[in-house]
Design a protein around this ligand. Structure first.
Ligand code: LMR
Length: 397
């Protein structure tokens, strides 16, 4: 029955993380997957999450199916978090929000919806982007192309080329954009560049699709929603898939949402209905535990304040590791410019290391990163950063 199947080649990120777990070396370093580790190398369980779970346990509520679109309190909390409670689009009811199975679930539900209702639209993503963006959209039957983004020569964005590519796209093309903390490069559009891009998206009648997986890891929780709010202000219709995996350190809870900002409340109702139909045909409804955590942490002022402090501490620890890596590498390889470790935002840095150098780091030094040269800076800590920098210095030509 199944002999004709092609073997699965594995996922470039998840398979490498599995390989890391199996490596017996005690001094191995995991910079492969986008997960925040604390200074002791552990995935933290935030106190606000523990408190929310304690409340849920004490209440001892039943565990019915959630509605297809997810928990009402979570959906409302997500809108307030992303757009601001007072935003005109929220007040006008022109945003269709669903709780989804992580932001990946949201991305895919949105892609299925687009395939059905905007059948001629192709998707355009940055070069490079998160590998799974292509896989998910192609999996939904949507053609995927790239627009210029990262410039290895300057370590910045090829903004002129990006703008030119966007200006040439057919109306109703999907433009996938990282709202903050670009994955894999750590190179974001500046606010000025967003302000240039948004009118162009509107004028060309394009459909932006924002991925907001690292909210809070760039400049701050509200600051990292800048592009989301700018688009909502502009009157453009767009998608935004957001995740709590990283910001609440609840990876396996699969806590995320998909919001579609529409022209008016009637359109939002139609969109919500068809998104619900898509979910029902896929996984039926999302997870109640994830909703309980997220809605409590966001709505309870004490838990919310604790969460905001935790996110700030995680962001600052990553920045401290960026500084340490930069200082050690600069000392070991004087004359080379490692300034990009300081200017890149969020969990990731693009090191420019070749696949062969990445392989050597893994084989000889037990330092794991994906073959594009992306490192997850949150895998560094005071105990391994010098060793990692020395290993990098040894493989750089
Ligand atoms: C990553 O890019 O490492 C994370 O988003 C985890 C994943 O699912 O790939």
């Amino acid at each position: 029955m199944f002999q004709h199947l092609e073997p699965y080649a594995g996922d470039p990120i998840l398979s490498l993380n599995d390989e890391f777990q199996k490596d017996p070396r005690a001094d191995k370093v995991n910079l492969s997957i986008g997960i925040y580790f604390d200074d002791k190398g552990r995935i933290p369980v935030l106190q606000c999450v523990r408190d929310a779970e304690a409340q849920m346990l004490a209440e001892g509520g039943a565990k019915p199916y959630l509605p297809i679109e997810g928990s009402g309190p979570m959906r409302q909390a997500v809108q307030h978090l992303l757009f601001g409670a007072e935003h005109g689009a929220v007040k006008a009811g022109r945003i269709a929000t669903l709780q989804t199975v992580g932001s990946s679930g949201g991305l895919r539900v949105g892609a299925d919806f687009i395939r059905r209702w905007l059948p001629g639209s192709a998707m355009w993503m940055s070069d490079p982007s998160w590998d799974n963006h292509r896989a998910m959209f192609e999996g939904a039957g949507i053609a995927v192309h790239t627009y210029p983004y990262y410039d290895p020569a300057t370590g910045g964005v090829r903004f002129d080329a990006l703008r030119e590519a966007i200006a040439g796209l057919p109306a109703r093309s999907i433009v996938l954009l990282h709202a903050c903390c670009h994955n894999p490069t750590g190179v974001d559009l500046s606010r000025e560049q967003w302000r240039e891009l948004v009118p162009l998206l509107r004028q060309r009648e394009l459909l932006p699709y924002l991925d907001l997986a690292y909210q809070g890891y760039g400049d701050g929780i509200a600051e990292d929603a800048y592009a989301v709010r700018l688009l909502a202000d502009s009157g453009v219709s767009f998608f935004v898939a957001n995740s709590f995996s990283k910001s609440m350190s609840v990876y396996g809870e699969r806590a995320g949402a998909l919001s579609v900002v529409c022209a008016d409340a009637a359109e939002a109702e139609l969109v919500l209905g068809q998104l619900k139909a898509t979910v029902r045909r896929n996984y039926s409804s999302p997870a109640i535990h994830a909703a309980g955590i997220v809605s409590r942490v966001l709505a309870d002022p004490k838990l919310r304040a604790a969460w905001e402090a935790d996110v700030a501490a995680m962001r600052e620890r990553i920045q401290a590791m960026r500084k340490s890596l930069h200082a050690t590498l600069s000392a070991k390889r004087p004359g080379r410019d490692f300034g990009y470790f300081l200017s890149q935002r969020g969990m990731f840095s693009y090191t420019g290391l070749s696949a062969a150098q990445v392989d050597r780091l893994r084989e000889q030094f037990g330092v794991y990163l994906i073959r594009s040269g992306r490192i997850c800076v949150a895998g560094l800590n005071t105990g391994n950063v010098e060793r990692t920098a020395s290993a990098m210095a040894a493989v750089i030509d």
